[in-house]
Design a protein around this ligand. Structure first.
Ligand code: G1P
Ligand code: ZN
Length: 542
């Protein structure tokens, strides 16, 4: 095996502050592009003699990228790589393997819920030894390296085939190809009452899990059908395809409309769920009832003790800032810590490591716990099933009971996509400039109580993140948040998050769009969003 040192020049691409690189697949596949980024990672983490997990969601270019990563890992002196068979690992399963094998970290190949294929998106991120996304100190170092890189190292030897389980060597580096599902499924069995869920299903409870042609297919088939006894065919779109069947593997009512329609039809099953490209997001739907991710977080936190893995109760709840305050009310009632972090799973890592949060969630369909350091789609599905099995209630009944107890926080997110980046930046900075004067301002019948540009200080390590989104609090409990997406790959995406809380004695049965219309109008009036983007309304409402 000979190590080649190949001259290269800096690449454009990673947004500072983001936990990985996400780009068009065609860009990633350009000669040297992936190589540059991988070397920028290796130069930031001193990989010689270390062990890493490598795997991805199976999207187009996954296999070729892994072969390149293996050749570069060997050239950079890595001792061992654990890779999922066929290059497949869901993001939570990769996080678990990093922790289980006490490796030094991992490289995860995915663009999450973004479409895949030759004309779709591709991505790569580095996770640290706790199994979670690298914190900003490391991603900043990687970013700096992408700007100064002059060479990358790669072996002239081909990577071994990874379609069969086994152990191979590349020079001094060991490559262990492992089954992607086994260890993850075993972890789930320790957390949840599989016999109780199996009993529920054997009693006639029907479910449908839409894997959206993405990575959770094999995991869901093994766990839901083979181990828990759900009828064959309960998992749909269960074979991962390189372009996700031409779809958009984002589990929300827009992109998982087929599942939504199914769950609202006359012969709907009892429970429906979907997961995204890399398996970390989830959508939960009962028969005739959609559960918002913010509500799902609150319900899971309130009932986690019904599952064996959380029998002793939870230590705290953490939610991203734009996620609704529904979970805060649960934390308050339980007397546990409640944290509001910036958007992005990496901010939960320190809280989970320090034992200050057990359950975490984001409004963008991400929920998870201290079992790994990523959000986990199937975990949320199984916790829901465990709760349903113990409570012997329907999803709708569980939601009603929850709202009767804590009140209902109506919630919705409006996305304005592919907005001119300059215009988007101005909308945010103009609003930010006038925050101090907004208190008392009337807009669309609401009165601003206070407004802030969200700054965060990590309570564990003191690290900071500033300007993470603008919060407009209205008198009476409504809130709007505006922030720019950090994950879009074309132009800027402005996200407007709306919530309106109603106490238990109020109207718990409104159409969310009605409950939120004044909040949307007020946010628009204060920011000039529609007029300045030239849009009649949002592109996507979830
Ligand atoms: C989006 C979500 C955010 C999530 C991230 C990665 O980021 O809003 O909650 O952590 O994807 O899955 P955004 O595009 O809003 O920056
Ligand atoms: Zn994802």
């Amino acid at each position: 095996m000979t190590i080649q040192t190949i001259k290269t020049a800096p690449i454009e691409g990673q947004k500072p502050g983001t936990s990985g690189l996400r780009k068009k697949t065609r860009v990633f596949a350009e000669p040297g592009y992936l190589e540059n980024y991988v070397q920028a990672i290796f130069d930031a983490i001193e990989p010689a003699g270390k062990t890493y997990v490598v795997g991805g969601d199976g999207r187009y270019f996954n296999d070729r990228a892994i072969a390149t990563i293996l050749r570069m890992a060997a050239a950079n002196g890595v001792a061992k790589v654990i890779v999922g068979q066929g290059g497949i690992l869901s993001t939570p399963a990769a996080s678990h393997l990093i922790r289980l094998n006490e490796t030094d970290g991992g490289l995860i190949l995915s663009a999450s819920h973004n479409p895949g294929g030759e004309d779709g998106d591709f991505g790569l991120k580095y996770n640290i030894a706790n199994g979670g996304p690298a914190p900003e100190a490391i991603t900043d170092a990687i970013f700096a390296n992408t700007r100064t890189i002059t060479r990358y190292k790669i072996t002239d030897e081909d990577a071994p085939g990874i379609d069969a389980i086994g152990t191979f060597s590349m020079g001094n580096m060991e490559v262990a190809v492992v089954d992607p599902v086994t260890d993850y499924a075993a972890l789930m069995e320790t957390l949840f009452d599989f016999p109780a869920i199996a009993k529920l299903i054997a009693g006639g409870f029907r479910l449908r899990f839409d894997a959206m042609h993405a990575v959770t297919g094999p995991y869901a088939t093994e766990i839901l059908e083979n181990r828990l006894g759900a009828a064959k065919g309960s998992v749909v779109n269960g074979v991962p395809s390189p372009d996700f069947g031409g779809g958009h593997p984002d589990p929300n009512p827009v992109w998982a409309k087929v599942l939504m329609d199914h769950m609202f039809a006359d012969d709907a099953p009892d429970f429906g769920a979907a997961s995204d490209g890399d398996g970390d997001r989830n959508m939960i739907v009962g028969r005739g009832v959609y559960v918002t991710p913010s509500d799902s977080l609150a319900v899971l936190a309130a009932n986690a003790h019904l599952a064996p893995g959380y029998r002793d109760g939870i230590k705290g709840i953490a939610r991203s800032m734009p996620t609704s305050g529904a979970a805060d009310r649960v934390a308050q009632a339980m007397g546990v810590e409640c944290h509001q972090t910036p958007t992005g799973w990496k901010f939960f890592g320190t809280l989970l490591d320090a034992g200050r949060a057990t359950i975490c969630g984001e409004e963008s369909a991400g929920t998870g716990s201290n079992h790994v350091r990523e959000k986990d789609g199937l975990w949320a599905v199984l916790l829901w099933l465990n709760i349903l099995a113990v409570k012997k209630q329907s999803v709708a009944e569980i939601m009603d009971a929850h709202w009767q107890m804590y009140g209902r926080t109506y919630y919705s997110r409006h996305d304005y996509e592919e907005v001119d980046a300059e215009v988007a930046g101005e909308i945010m900075s103009d609003l930010s400039d006038k925050l101090d004067d907004l208190g008392g301002t009337k807009a669309a019948g609401l009165v601003v109580a206070d407004a802030e540009d969200f700054d965060y200080v990590d309570p564990v390590d003191g690290s900071t993140a500033t300007s993470q989104g603008i919060i407009l609090n209205f008198e009476g409990g409504a809130r709007a948040v505006l922030r720019l997406s950090g994950t879009g790959t074309a132009g800027a995406t402005i996200r407007l998050y709306l919530e309106n809380h109603v106490e238990p004695e109020g109207d718990l049965g409104m159409d969310p769009s009605v409950a939120l219309a004044p909040v949307a109008e007020a946010a628009d009036a204060l920011s000039g969003l529609k007029e300045r983007t030239g849009r009649a309304g949002p592109d996507v409402v979830t």
